[in-house]
Design a protein around this ligand. Structure first.
Ligand code: NAD
Length: 474
């Protein structure tokens, strides 16, 4: 049993003032595996005060000093990568490949931030002015359970590169992962107060961070509903906000695509992280004339998907994170049938022989874009196949959503697929594969978010430009 009793303030593990205990589950077994003691408003204020004190000196650190510190953090986090993977698997049932990818990415994000900072012009001349890019102040970093360790590291890396100090509020459901990350960060031996971590509830710790006048910026990753609450709360003190929110991403399979390769790719894009991913490609668009062939291949791809114990290296789809999430997914499967869609694979209930919070990977066909399952983020392995008659209609359906985080385009003619990609309203469009570019901006159009993370776009989100006039002769 895990018993996580401490938070981290001013360079020290401390017992929180808050006394509430929150149960942690292994979703593969539905058993309690530990508890975390949650911080409260008083803990949050102490953490903010520590970050504010540290900001005084850290905001004036040199680029070389920050880069050295980021390298130290990389080394310390990389040393705990296996423990981090194990925690993700135990705590939210992350499929092994995903858990491994995330722990590598978490450590790498410190090197990426250092590299971005190396060449970024923190001071430049514009006409007669010197423009300085200054750290915005103390930043609050709020993370979701499905990407907790990764986003703690990548947000922290970028904030520190910019010269900000931070208070982190991880997902309360991710305390085991947070503990591993925190121990690693502590091992790096940074000056005290640069980062402070308060486990706690969103409406308590998160709300204090969103309203406290000493917080200059909130970087939030989570649901669109909570993102809106944070933005409203942050208005009073005009905080800068970066919001990375939900999605309902389309995978557009163009008429010239080879369906034998396109469909398995599309299904994998939908089932990424057991479907519990903001970027999951949950709407698969195929040409109406090829629906029958597509249905056959989708069915085969789902049958080939390995569902089960996340400790098994072959597993591609693990359990849902919680009973609440399991019920939510069941409800959407019911809504799919009631709404008139045709069940092609999966369905309600648990897969044979599996307990815990496992669901059957499910695909509906004959879905129209007005159906609830095509419009709302389900956050589980439930996909919809929709048809279009021509490319104009495909683009219109793909863009007819409140979201705009990611899209995938698959086609034989790369130049043409590139053209279609240019017309999709999404912060990131992947052409013919599940690519990753750590220095390209990541973030959403429309209700998928505000602002961008990663690379120079991400760094600038923690910087405030200041013009010094009279610095140069006219
Ligand atoms: P969530 O919005 O319920 O919670 C996210 C975080 O916000 C948690 O730490 C939670 O405690 C906190 N929170 C809750 N209420 C709050 C409040 N009133 N004020 C401040 N903080 C509050 O999301 P979740 O269930 O943890 O994660 C799943 C969601 O995250 C999905 O919608 C998914 O699409 C989204 N997500 C987006 C991205 C992205 O990069 N765009 C990445 C991963 C997940």
């Amino acid at each position: 049993m895990h018993s996580i009793d401490q938070i981290y303030i001013d360079g020290t593990f401390v017992t929180p003032h808050g006394e509430e205990r929150f149960d942690l589950y292994n979703p593969a077994t539905a058993k309690v595996i530990g508890t975390v003691r949650l911080g409260d408003v008083e803990d949050t204020r102490r953490a903010i005060a520590a970050a504010k004190r540290a900001f005084e000196t850290y905001s004036r650190s040199t680029v070389a000093e920050r880069i050295e510190l980021l390298h130290r953090l990389h080394k310390a986090v990389a040393a705990r990568a296996d423990d981090m993977s194990a925690a993700m698997t135990e705590e939210y049932g992350a499929p092994p490949e995903r858990a491994h990818w995330t722990s590598v990415y978490a450590a790498q994000s410190f090197l990426d931030a250092a590299k971005t900072l190396e060449t970024y012009p923190l001071s430049r001349r514009i006409g007669t002015a010197e423009v300085m890019m200054e750290p915005v102040g103390v930043a609050a970093l709020i993370t979701p359970w499905n990407a907790n360790a990764g986003f703690i590291c990548s947000k922290l890396a970028t904030a520190l590169a910019a010269g900000c100090t931070v208070v982190i509020k991880p997902s309360e459901m991710s305390a085991i992962q947070t503990q591993v990350v925190l121990e690693a960060l502590h091992d790096a031996g940074l000056p005290k107060g640069l980062y402070n971590v308060v486990n706690g509830r969103g409406d308590v710790v998160g709300n204090e961070l969103s309203t406290n006048r000493d917080i200059a910026k909130v970087s939030f990753t989570g649901s669109t509903a909570v993102g809106k609450t944070i933005m409203r709360a942050a208005t009073e003190t005009l905080k800068r906000v970066t919001l990375e929110l939900g999605g309902k991403s389309p995978t557009v399979i163009l008429p010239d695509a080879d369906l034998e390769t396109a469909i398995p790719l599309a299904v994998a894009a939908g089932f990424v992280n057991s479907g519990q991913a903001c970027i999951a490609g949950t709407r698969i668009l195929v040409h109406a004339d090829r629906l029958e062939e597509a249905n056959r291949l989708v069915k085969a791809a789902v049958e080939n998907t390995v569902v089960g114990d996340p400790l098994d290296a072959r597993t591609e789809v693990g359990p849902m994170v919680s009973l609440k999430q399991w019920e939510r997914v069941q409800n959407y499967i019911r809504l799919g049938t009631e709404g008139g869609a045709t069940l092609l694979a999966g369905g309600e209930g648990k897969p044979d022989g599996l307990g815990g919070y496992f669901v059957k990977p499910t695909v509906f066909t004959n879905v129209t874009n007005d159906m609830q399952i095509a419009r709302e983020e389900i956050f589980g392995p439930v996909l919809s196949v929709l048809t279009y008659r021509d490319e104009e209609e495909a683009i219109a359906i793909a863009n007819d959503t409140d979201y705009g985080l990611q899209a995938v385009v698959i086609g034989a003619d790369l130049a043409h697929a590139h053209e279609v990609a240019g017309r999709l309203q999404a912060g990131r469009v992947l052409i013919n594969g599940m690519h990753h570019e750590p220095f390209a901006p990541f973030g959403g159009f429309k209700q998928s978010g505000i602002g961008r993370e990663f690379g120079t776009f991400g760094l600038e989100a923690y910087l405030e430009p200041k013009s010094l006039l009279g610095a140069f002769a006219a």
